[in-house]
Structures are given as C-alpha cells and as structure tokens.
Write a protein that binds this ligand. Structure first.
Ligand code: FMN
Length: 166
C-alpha cells in the first residue's frame, strides 16, 4: 500500500520539536505539487513560537490542535503569481495534500485546519500574521510527532464510481 493509505489526520502531538530539516522536506513536498499553468502560486509562513501557536489555536473552534503542534505551516495563495485566479484553490489543495503525505512518510503527524474561504477565520489570520492583501491565507497545517497510533479506515466505495456515463 502506498503512503496515501497510511495518512490520517493527527490532532494530538508529543511535546517534542520536529527538526527544521524535516519541516524543510514538507515545504519541498508542497512546492512539488502540480499547479495550473505551473504557476506555483504558493507561499508559506512557518510558525513555531508558543504564543503564536496559542493565538492561532483560538481563531476558530476546530483549530485547537495548533496549540500542541511543534510547527504550523500556513499555506498562502499569492494572487499575483496565479495565472488562472479561479484555479488557485486547486493549486493550494494539491500543495496541502503533498505536505500531509510527506509528513506521513517522515513518521510525523499532521492535520489540515480549514481557513479559506471562511472570511471570519482568514481575516484573523491575515491580521495576526501580517499577510498582504495579494495573498489568500489558505490553511494552517499542524505538524508534530504523533501522540498515538490510530487505525486508517479504507474508504473505497464502488457505488461512487461510474463507467462511460453517470
Ligand atoms: C478543507 C479541509 C478543512 C479541514 N479543517 C479542519 C479543521 O479545521 N480542524 C480539524 O481538526 N480538521 C480539519 N480537517 C481535517 C478533516 O476533518 C479530516 O481530513 C477528515 O475528518 C478525514 O479524516 P482523515 O484526514 O483522518 O482521513 C480539514 C480537512 C480539509 C480537507
């Protein structure tokens, strides 16, 4: 089974720092993603200070895992770099998934916290991290050493697959 079938969201982390070179591997994986017209319209903010992680964990009710993570990777979509603006969410989605898969490969735990397109969330993140208007605060990915092992449930459902016509 490929790494795809081992990935799951991890929301509980051990109190242990992730080495910077592993964080760099996650960023390399993110930047290796496919993107419309190969525009690569992503940028990243890496956050590791306790007070910043605490503040981000309070930005919405599903953001609590941010407090215990070793690092947060904030993924941004740069509107000045995108060639097809309407595709920027897809570009960033591919980038995010690559980061999650690389984290699984490294034995790390990670969870994607949704921010874009919920304005109340993105405005808080923009203000706090001083993100310029030409960047969409797309998501926060929490990264750390997983605190527990969990089962991955396989989801293949043949009723969702159509051949030749719907
Ligand atoms: C766009 C998006 C937004 C998400 N937002 C959150 C979030 O705010 N908080 C959270 O704990 N998990 C969040 N998740 C993780 C999902 O809850 C998780 O992927 C889903 O329950 C399936 O579980 P799995 O990742 O373990 O397969 C998000 C995932 C996606 C793709």
């Amino acid at each position: 089974m490929s790494i795809i079938f081992k990935r799951k969201s991890v929301r509980k982390f051990r109190d242990e720092k992730v080495p910077e070179e592993l964080i760099e591997n996650l960023l390399k994986a993110g930047m290796q993603a496919p993107s419309s017209c190969n525009a690569q319209p992503w940028e990243f903010i890496v956050v590791s200070k306790r007070e910043d992680k605490d503040a981000i964990s309070k930005m919405h009710k599903f953001a609590k895992p941010a407090a215990e993570a070793s690092h947060l990777i904030i993924t941004l979509g740069n509107l000045n770099e995108a060639k097809v603006i309407g595709m920027i969410e897809q570009d960033l989605g591919a980038c995010n998934e690559n980061i999650l898969l690389q984290a699984t490969h490294e034995g790390l735990g990670a969870v994607w916290l949704g921010f874009h397109p919920i304005e109340d969330r993105t405005l808080k993140l923009k203000k706090y991290l001083e993100i310029p208007d030409y960047c969409i605060p797309f998501s926060v990915i929490c990264v750390g050493w997983p605190d527990s092992e969990g089962e991955v449930k396989l989801r293949y459902d043949e009723s969702k697959v159509h051949f030749d016509r719907y």
